[in-house]
Design a protein around this ligand. Structure first.
Ligand code: ACM
Length: 269
């Protein structure tokens, strides 16, 4: 059994205060030792947008050059200095387009971006639907996939990642409905994978608009068990040992295998 230490981070940013939020987030994890930290969706910008201008003002370009966004630069430095890997959600700007994205920054400074495929509610007013597809990358010899919040309600999202070999899914969320935490036990069980659901908490107001986030960040294992779940409120971090080799076993008994037994000819696309 070779475990990997993963850091589950529950966080409430102040709306549009990116620098302050990044500083607070760094303080939260600065003395913690993990090989992977997972933060919520739109971790340092907040979520409750009223206009595209607000979206643009907190957006970040992803690049290797000096024009790279602030949170990406800071966490790239953090990942390299601490030889760790970090996943967090951010507003990505690409030309005139904006994406609700999540980035994996690796310990050597390399990175990869996932753009949210399933936009929720008024996100459709501000963001383009993701076009990166679901990809899987490797950290510490472990296959990792990324997903963002509402992706959970489409079983195809996590199934696709699992079929591509993901052992762990870093699921960054700003959950407002109460179902995901319970549903992800089944998503973990039906795919035999770990799901790290890093959620935000508390209320966020922007004029008349208000969102209430559910907290209860959690990690579920391939047996469908919750191995850690946070309370509804509070900026919290916990380092948890997970054994990713558990996610390689897709066999249920001598006769059944979760992936080989699928009847793909009979499923709808
Ligand atoms: C959500 O997808 N942020 C609910």
């Amino acid at each position: 059994m070779i475990c990997i230490k993963v850091g589950l981070v529950q966080f409430r940013p102040e709306l549009f205060q990116v620098k302050r939020n990044v500083e607070r987030a760094l303080q939260l994890i600065e003395n913690k030792k993990a090989r992977l930290f997972v933060f919520p969706e739109l971790s340092f910008t907040g979520y409750t947008f009223k206009t595209k201008k607000e979206v643009e003002e907190v957006s970040e370009i992803v690049s290797d050059k000096n024009d790279c966004g602030y949170s990406i630069q800071v966490f790239r430095d953090f990942a390299m200095k601490n030889q760790t890997n970090v996943v967090f959600g951010f507003v990505e700007k690409d030309g005139e387009k904006f994406y609700n994205s999540s980035i994996l920054i690796k310990h050597d400074g390399r990175y990869k971006v996932y753009r949210k495929m399933h936009l929720f509610y008024e996100e459709k007013l501000f963001f383009e639907p993701g076009n990166t597809g679901f990809w899987v990358d490797e950290i510490e010899g472990v296959k990792l996939g990324l997903a963002i919040c509402f992706d959970w309600i489409f079983p195809e999202s996590f199934r696709t990642l699992a079929l591509k070999g993901a052992q762990i899914i870093a699921h960054s969320t700003n959950l407002v409905m109460p179902y995901c935490q319970e549903a992800n036990k089944i998503r973990s069980l039906e795919n035999r994978i770990f799901i790290i659901t890093a959620n935000r908490w508390g209320e966020e107001k922007n004029g008349q608009k208000i969102n209430k986030f559910t907290g209860m960040s959690q990690i579920t294992n391939p047996q469908g068990e919750v191995i850690v779940r946070f309370p509804k409120r509070g900026d919290l971090v916990e380092i948890v040992d997970v054994d990713p080799s558990e996610a390689l076993k897709k066999s249920i008994n001598d006769y059944n295998d979760l992936f080989e037994d699928r009847r793909v000819d009979f499923y709808c696309c």
